[in-house]
Design a protein around this ligand. Sequence first.
Ligand code: NAD
Length: 475
Amino acid sequence: MQIGGKAHNPRSGEWLGSLNPATEEVWAMIPRASVEDAEVAAAAAHEALRGAWAKLTPTQRGALMFRLADLLERDAELLAQLDARDNGKPISELRKQYAYLPQHWRYFGGLVDKLEAQVIPVDRNGVFNFTRHEPVGVVLAITPWNSPLVIASWKVAPALAAGCTTIVKPSEHASISTLHFAKLVAEAGFPAGVVNVVTGYGHEVGEALVAHAKVAKVTFTGGEAGGRAVSTLAAKHLKPTVMELGGKSPVIVFDDADLDRAVPTVAVGIFSSSGQSCVAGSRLLLQAGIYDEFLRRLIDRARAIVVGDPLSAETAMGPITTRAQFEMIQSHLFDAHEQGAICAFKGERSSNFPSGGLFLPPHIFTGVTPQMRVWREEVFGPVLAVMRFETEAEAVAIANDSPFGLAAGLWTRDLDRALRLHKELQAGTVWINSYRGVSSMTPLGGFKRSGFGRENGQEAVREFLQTKSVWMEYQ
Ligand code: NAD
């Protein structure tokens, strides 16, 4: 691990095996941090907050973030290779993610010296009032396994831009790229303790950090159960949180949509990362006039997906990252069949890859009703549920009938309809004639049970600032 600018072994001496999901073999060992390690990390981050990090000017802090961006660019291929082995995401997708990541760091590095405050003309004579934006303190970033370092960067870069120091607790299933990132932070020359990385279980070191008095704010991405545990514990300590949770995002395709664009985008929206994406477009609503043609073309598209070795450039779908998740998806497939959904398509893994591993091909279910589990719950796997609709009002009602509200897709050539409906859809992101676009520059986050607070964009920095009002009287 990396704590206080130094390599740090777990005080317990215990290590955990990290599995390669394509083979189910242990390919790396990660430290199993305990309460004692949490204590050291919190102390290091707290010391840097008022010390070396606070002493740098905003421009100097930004320059360090630019240097880190350059190192991320240098090591992009290595980071892609590490994640492909650690979480099974296809190398083609990882190369794109890591090609973009330096830009993310440059965006937030560029914001550091532009956080202006206000002079407020309060309604008294002889008073000069102004505001200051100050860092909230030590930020704890808890990340999931599906895009470990990208999601860590969504948290750490804006927190550093705000002047906070950070502790990252990556998923126990995919910590390796974040551990390499910690080395790059040291190489870039950040003062000790500004970015600390602590690995291990959520219920052990994760909870110790959430509860720690020196941690001021927690930003969490993960599933609903973990999110509930973290926000409950944080609330007990009156600690604010940002929660990025799951989704069950609807994609609505109207009769007038451009199917040549919609079909491949819908396929990528659900099947990339084997469906292990928080914004996966897992509920497809097709208007009656294009239902049959769309489904036929989508199945052709899904049939062409290469499921196999994540390290092969042709692979579009790698394995499921963990055995528990693999079994969870199987239980969803079982229930979909039991509850009467029709499996309209089931793909196959590619023939050139050896047996074993946690591979699951794409599935498309029709004959789905709103009560079915496959329609209501997040599967977090390559499983698409399809429903037919007739009218615009019906589509919106079905789309919004969900406890989640992370994202929604809308396919239509009718500008009036697009402008009407994006306001109706209860989701933190609405993609019109597109899907899954994410940028450092625009906010991402959930409505309803998909979470609260925002990542990316200038809003992300505000999550880590607190405003001070300063009064001065003069004669
Ligand atoms: P998870 O909730 O199991 O784990 C996420 C992280 O939380 C891990 O680091 C884990 O160790 C930690 N954790 C779990 N319980 C904890 C506890 N009690 N105290 C402290 N830390 C704890 O999630 P996962 O299975 O790794 O990821 C999949 C989930 O993440 C899906 O539901 C997915 O939709 C969601 N997700 C959301 C977004 C988003 O931006 N909204 C992005 C990616 C993934």
